[in-house]
Design a protein around this ligand. Structure first.
Ligand code: GAR
Length: 182
C-alpha cells in the first residue's frame, strides 16, 4: 500500500476530501492552530504541526519535515493549501514525489490569491491545476488542469465555491492515478 502525507496550512477542506477517499499516513501543518488539525483528529488521521519560526532557518525546519516523511516511509507528498515555498532541503529528497493543487489555470494567476486574482482581473474563465512541485511558486510541470467558467451572475463567493468543487473532484482523481503508477 502506497503511503501519502498531506500538507495544509489552514482550513484543510481538500485534506478532508482526500482523507475520506484514501488512507492518509499523516497530515502536517506549519501552523499549530490550523483548523486542518481538528479535521484530522475527527477523522482519526495522525497529525503533526510545527512552525518555521521555531527553527534556526528553513533548512532546519525542512529537515524536521523530511525526518517525519522518512520515518513514515511516505511515497507521495500531497500539498493542499500548504502556503510555503518548498525549499532545497525538502525538494532534494522529494522532488518528483510531491504534488500541489492551485485554484487557477496555471500559468495564469499563480501565488497565494489565485481565486481573487482571477475574479478581479475580470476574465470569463479560470480553473484548477494540479502540478509537480519545483522550487518556484506554482511553477512545476502540470499534471492536469480543468477550466471553471465565471458565470454572469456569479459572486466571488459562488465562483469560489465552484473552484473548490472542482478541486475536490480533480485532486482525488489525480492522486488515484498517480498511486496506481507508483
Ligand atoms: C485551496 O483552494 C488550494 O488550491 C489553495 O489553498 C486552498 C486551501 O484550501 N492553494 C493555493 O493557493 C496554493 N498556491 P483548503 O485548506 O480548504 O484545502
Amino acid at each position: 500500500m502506497k503511503k501519502i502525507a498531506v500538507f495544509a496550512s489552514g482550513n484543510g477542506s481538500n485534506f478532508q476530501v482526500i482523507a475520506e477517499q484514501f488512507p492518509v499516513e499523516f497530515v502536517f501543518s506549519d501552523h499549530r492552530d490550523a483548523y486542518v488539525l481538528e479535521r484530522a483528529k475527527a477523522l482519526g488521521v495522525a497529525a503533526y504541526a510545527f512552525e518555521l519560526k521555531e527553527f534556526d532557518d528553513k533548512a532546519a525546519y525542512e529537515r524536521a519535515i523530511v525526518a517525519l516523511l522518512e520515518q513514515h516511509e511516505v511515497d507521495l507528498v500531497v500539498l493542499a493549501g500548504y502556503m510555503k515555498i518548498v525549499a532545497d532541503t525538502l525538494l532534494a529528497r522529494y522532488e518528483g514525489r510531491m504534488i500541489n493543487i492551485h485554484p487557477a489555470y496555471l500559468p495564469e494567476f499563480p501565488g497565494a490569491h489565485g481565486i481573487e486574482d482571477a475574479w478581479h482581473a475580470g476574465v470569463d474563465q479560470s480553473g484548477v491545476t494540479v502540478h509537480w512541485v519545483d522550487s518556484g511558486v506554482d511553477s512545476g510541470q502540470i499534471i492536469r488542469q480543468e477550466r471553471v467558467p465565471i458565470l454572469e451572475n456569479d459572486t466571488l463567493e459562488s465562483f469560489e465555491e465552484r473552484i473548490h468543487a472542482m478541486e475536490y473532484k480533480l485532486y482525488p482523481e489525480v492522486i488515484r492515478e498517480l498511486l496506481s503508477h507508483l
